[in-house]
Design a protein around this ligand. Structure first.
Ligand SMILES: NC(=O)c1ccc[n+]([C@@H]2O[C@H](COP(=O)([O-])OP(=O)(O)OC[C@H]3O[C@@H](n4cnc5c(N)ncnc54)[C@H](O)[C@@H]3O)[C@@H](O)[C@H]2O)c1
Length: 267
């Protein structure tokens, strides 16, 4: 089996997109893979501009169709070994199906697609073409999910007749509350603050999202941000939440700007 570094192609990820960032870190973490090509945005012109301005050299494509179709023209060492799909939910099925049909392995963000019919089609295509395919349902491996499954399967809840679940949009508020409760004012060592800063730094939409949140959530986030920004130890700890290289440290003003905007998001 070849030992060469695997080539990864991104579908989505331009213009400050969110989940591409942790994926990129993971891809480049151990030297086994690297991002070499990308179709970063729905508008071809923007997609190419974003690729040209990417922090390291990649081959930009105006669309994922172009990226997938181009593979057959490339020498073996330049072909993509897999495609990473980090687009919004409604843009998972199409690039996934086209990659499978081109026999390019896929790692797709969750949810796999929008309905069971699409999911069944993808499963069939994967089997027919014998193409490796992964979905990043990371929480399925988490102990809380496994314990929940055990509780249900063991019948500890009795017969389950109704399941209701929701996504906690107040995540940021919950993290700030957690720091209050268990952070012991450890501004440098708190993983809750680390999470808060990682999201504020990595997600440019965070300010507008918080502004759209219910007023009590928005008010709580704003007042906690004001408290943090008024605390000397927090301001001193802030550079330590960014990587030490100069490009990352250069993001400090942007980060401070976002934190200030969050502190005013109840105004
Ligand atoms: N596994 C997890 O924990 C986790 C967490 C967050 C998001 N997600 C999933 O990741 C996906 C992306 O979420 P996000 O928060 O990064 O969204 P985002 O809106 O920040 O990023 C989506 C990106 O896709 C690009 N895009 C949209 N249509 C495109 C197209 N036709 N061609 C090329 N690029 C296109 C957008 O321009 C943007 O760059 C979603 O499906 C979401 O459910 C998973």
């Amino acid at each position: 089996m070849s030992k060469r570094v695997l080539n990864v192609g991104l579908v989505g990820g331009g213009k400050g997109a969110f989940i591409v960032q942790p994926h990129q870190k993971a891809i480049h973490f151990d030297g086994t893979r690297r991002v070499t090509a990308a179709a970063l945005f729905p508008d071809p012109k923007v997609a190419l501009e974003e690729a040209a301005n990417w922090p390291y050299p990649i081959k930009g494509y105006g669309s994922y169709d172009e990226m997938i179709n181009d593979q057959k023209n490339l020498p073996a060492d330049q072909k993509l070994d897999y495609i990473l799909i980090v687009t919004p939910n409604h843009v998972h099925f199409d690039p996934a199906m086209k990659s499978i049909k081109a026999r390019i392995p896929v790692f797709c963000e969750k949810p796999l697609c929008l309905n069971l019919t699409e999911a069944n089609e993808l499963v069939k295509a994967v089997r027919d073409n014998n193409v490796p395919f992964g979905v990043s349902h990371t929480y399925l491996g988490h102990w809380t999910s496994r314990l929940s499954r055990y509780i249900v399967r063991a019948g500890l809840l009795g017969e389950v007749r109704w399941v209701d679940s929701f996504y906690l949009q107040g995540w940021l508020a919950t993290k700030l509350e957690a720091f209050r409760g268990r952070g012991n004012d450890d501004y440098r060592g708190s993983h809750d603050l680390e999470d808060v800063i990682a999201v504020v730094d990595g997600r440019q939409e965070i300010v507008s999202e918080v502004r759209d949140a219910p007023s009590d959530v928005r008010g709580y986030i704003a007042s906690e941000m004001r408290r943090l920004l008024g605390t000397r130890q927090f301001l001193d700890a802030l550079p330590g939440f960014l990587l030490p290289d100069s490009a990352s440290q250069g993001r400090q003003p942007l980060l401070r700007e976002r934190l200030n905007a969050l502190a005013q998001s109840d105004g």
